[in-house]
Design a binder for this molecule. Structure first.
Ligand SMILES: *[C@@H]1O[C@H](CO)[C@@H](O)[C@H](O)[C@H]1NC(C)=O
Ligand SMILES: *[C@@H]1O[C@H](CO)[C@@H](O)[C@H](O)[C@H]1NC(C)=O
Length: 164
């Protein structure tokens, strides 16, 4: 084998290796969601819910076959409690989720375990082709329920006997 044909072979081999790593997407995914303060401690958002700025959210992707953590990125929420990850590669062979790590609000920092994470799909499988992806909103319990919540309780948890 000549030296130049060996070089061609090496070039092809390294190209093959590069192709097995997910290539950069023409248009990156925008993965969004919000972090809320559960001011009624109901376990979900109400019309008196507030949104936490400066909360830390992590995106984590685990390999589907061996659950190895293969990708993470961290961001913080803006003044509307919004977080956004720009993801420029496909994560087809991974299980990804966003995880709420920390709230900076002294009276709203106990993370609701049920609403602390949200699975997200970062690939175009299942007919989802939009580049915008929404995670479920992530929640934190306020230390005390607002007084108005007693009234709201009847609205969100209606007494079944009083209906019909
Ligand atoms: C929230 O919803 C309740 C029930 O519909 C309503 O009475 C109350 O005025 C609303 N509060 C706000 C701040 O929108
Ligand atoms: C991490 O997220 C930020 C904000 O979305 C983004 O600008 C950056 O490119 C991401 N880093 C990686 C390695 O994906």
């Amino acid at each position: 084998m000549t030296k130049s044909s060996l070089l061609v072979l090496l070039a092809l081999a390294s190209l093959f290796v590069a192709m097995t790593v997910a290539k950069k997407l023409a248009r990156p995914y925008e993965l969004c969601g919000r972090v809320y303060c559960d001011t009624c401690r109901f376990g979900f958002e109400t019309n008196v819910t507030t949104y936490i700025n400066g909360a830390t959210v992590q995106l984590e992707c685990n390999d589907k076959s061996d659950s190895r953590l293969v990708f993470t990125n961290t961001t913080t929420t803006d003044e509307n409690g919004m977080f956004k990850f720009i993801v420029d590669r496909d994560h087809r062979d991974q299980c990804c989720e966003v995880v709420l790590l920390k709230s900076p609000w002294p009276h709203c920092k106990v993370i609701d375990k049920v609403r602390s994470h949200s699975e997200v799909i970062i690939t175009d499988l299942n007919g989802i082709s939009s580049y915008i992806r929404h995670a479920n909103n992530l929640g934190v319990f306020q230390d005390y329920a607002l007084p108005v919540c007693a009234e709201l309780y009847k609205y969100y948890f209606p007494d079944p006997d009083q209906e019909s």
